[in-house]
Write a protein that binds this ligand. Structure first.
Ligand code: SAM
Length: 277
């Protein structure tokens, strides 16, 4: 069990930075065991806060990059970890951070974090854009977000986040963490998820931007049928020609079917561009 549970050091948790600090040694140990850090790996922690996970990770692998937005936490981290030369602190916004600068000679990143819940979805989309440089990601998220990441077609949780995460990654929900493990306790349950980007995508689209556009349009009005939601891109006969049942709602289609639509739309756009030249 972790010996050193961080004390508040006079720091008042800030809601706008999504600060819910882990203070439960059992949960911290479980998270670290799930991550299983080793000393030859390139680990990156988003939002170290006061270092609850940072310390056991550093103990295990000796080297860690962290990205923290709250500048008041930086001196707390520097003091707490002054005798850990392997810790590199980046003060800044993870949403804008260029993670490619941390990938060293072909070594893929292992990204971890008890993420600020208010920005977790845009942050996951930002991180997915680095999929080729990432070995895996372990995140604490609102349980509901983990359910959306792992959702299968035909369920109410299935949507844009599920499809784009599953396009790039194997998604494994690991375990649930109750509010009592945090200070202050959040109002909702949390869960740990592991996202492991595929080295070779199982269902590659010709253009991922097109896939994103198709999925965004489809789920803009998730209670309508595909015939309606996709009408700005393709008409029903074009969709039916590639085997899509346009009377279905967007949540019924699999990732492969969305890739099929995106590829057909992409080809159609290319033909139009070629024709106009
Ligand atoms: N890892 C610590 C723990 O488990 O106790 C803190 C987790 S707390 C839920 C989220 C952390 O992310 C806070 O330290 C917060 O300041 C930081 N944070 C919030 N927004 C951020 C952003 N855009 N970029 C980087 N860090 C951010």
């Amino acid at each position: 069990m972790s010996k050193h549970i961080p004390k508040a050091h006079g720091h008042k948790a800030r809601k706008r930075f999504g600060q819910n600090f882990l203070h439960d040694g059992y949960t911290i140990d479980r998270i670290v065991k799930a991550i299983h850090p080793r000393d030859d790996q390139c680990l990156v922690e988003i939002g170290p806060g006061m270092g609850a996970i940072t310390e056991p990770i550093l103990e295990a692998c000796g080297r860690l990059n962290v990205v923290e937005l709250d500048r008041d936490l930086i001196p707390i981290l520097r003091t707490r970890f002054f005798n850990y030369p392997g810790l590199t602190i980046h003060e800044g916004d993870a949403l804008k951070f260029d993670f490619s600068q941390l990938a060293e000679d072909g070594q893929r990143l292992r990204i971890i974090g008890n993420l600020p819940y208010n920005i977790s979805t845009p942050l996951i989309f930002h991180l997915l854009s680095y999929h080729a440089l990432v070995q895996d990601m372990h995140f604490m998220l609102q349980k509901e977000v983990v359910e959306r990441l792992a959702a299968v077609p035909g369920t109410s949780d299935y949507g844009r986040l599920s499809i784009m995460a599953q396009y790039y990654c194997k998604v494994e929900p690991l375990f649930i963490v109750g509010p009592e493990s945090f200070d202050p306790p959040p109002k909702v349950d949390s869960a740990i998820v592991r996202l492991s980007p595929y080295i070779e995508l199982p269902h590659p689209a010709k253009s991922v931007e097109t896939l994103q556009r198709v999925v965004r349009e489809a789920f803009n009005m998730r209670r309508k049928t595909l015939r309606n939601t996709l009408k700005n891109l393709m008409d029903a006969s074009q969709l039916e020609a590639i085997g899509i049942d346009t009377s279905l709602r967007p949540e019924k289609l699999t990732l492969q079917e969305y890739v099929r639509i995106a590829d057909a739309y992409y080809d159609q756009q290319q033909e139009q561009t070629d024709g106009s030249e």
